[in-house]
Write a protein that binds this ligand. Structure first.
Ligand code: GTP
Ligand code: MG
Length: 136
C-alpha cells in the first residue's frame, strides 16, 4: 500500500482544524498509520523545503513553519499521494476549489505567505524522503 507524508501546518493547528482535516482523510478511506505533534527545528525544514531554497517565498515560508506546532501524519492507501493532493486542493488558497481543504479554509496572509494549512508529498520519491525526515 502506498504511503504519504501529510503535515498540518501551524495555521491549521492554531485554528483548531486538526480534527476536521483528519476527518476528511479518514472519510476518504485512507488510514492513519502514525501521527505526532512536532516543533521542528530549522534543519528539518531546510531539508523538507530544499527544492525551494533561494525562491522569494522561501524565508517567509520557513519562518511560518517555525511559528507553532505541526502535526505530522503517515497516511496509507491506494494512490494516496495523488489522492491527498486532490483533497488538499491547489497551492494558492485564494483560488483553490471549494470542497478542498485549502479552498474551504486556507487564506493568503500578506504577499509572501500562503496559509494553505497542509502539505502532502508530491511523488513516491518525495514521500519516502519526507517520511524518513519527519518519522526518524
Ligand atoms: P506543499 O504540499 O506544502 O509542498 O505545497 P505544494 O506542493 O502545493 O506547493 P510547493 O511544493 O510548490 O510549495 C511549497 C509551499 O511553498 C506551498 O505550500 C506554499 O506554502 C509555498 N509556496 C509555493 N509557491 C509559492 C508562491 O508562489 N508564493 C508563495 N507566497 N508561497 C508559495
Ligand atoms: Mg510541494
Amino acid at each position: 500500500v502506498e504511503e504519504t507524508l501529510v503535515l498540518i501546518k501551524p495555521d491549521g493547528v492554531a485554528r483548531s482544524l486538526t480534527g476536521e482535516i483528519l476527518r476528511r482523510i479518514e472519510a476518504k478511506g485512507y488510514s492513519l498509520v502514525d501521527i505526532r505533534l512536532v516543533q521542528p527545528d530549522r534543519s528539518v525544514l531546510a531539508k523538507h523545503y530544499e527544492e525551494h531554497e533561494g525562491k522569494p517565498f522561501y524565508e517567509p515560508l520557513v519562518e511560518f513553519m517555525l511559528s507553532g506546532p505541526i502535526v505530522a501524519i503517515r497516511v496509507a492507501g491506494d494512490r494516496v499521494i495523488e489522492g491527498f493532493r486532490s483533497l488538499a486542493g491547489t497551492t494558492d488558497p485564494t483560488t483553490a476549489a471549494p470542497g478542498t481543504i485549502r479552498g474551504d479554509f486556507g487564506r493568503d496572509w500578506g504577499l509572501r505567505v500562503q496559509q494553505n494549512l497542509v502539505h502532502g508529498s508530491d511523488s513516491p520519491e518525495s514521500a519516502a524522503r519526507e517520511l524518513s525526515l519527519w518519522f526518524k
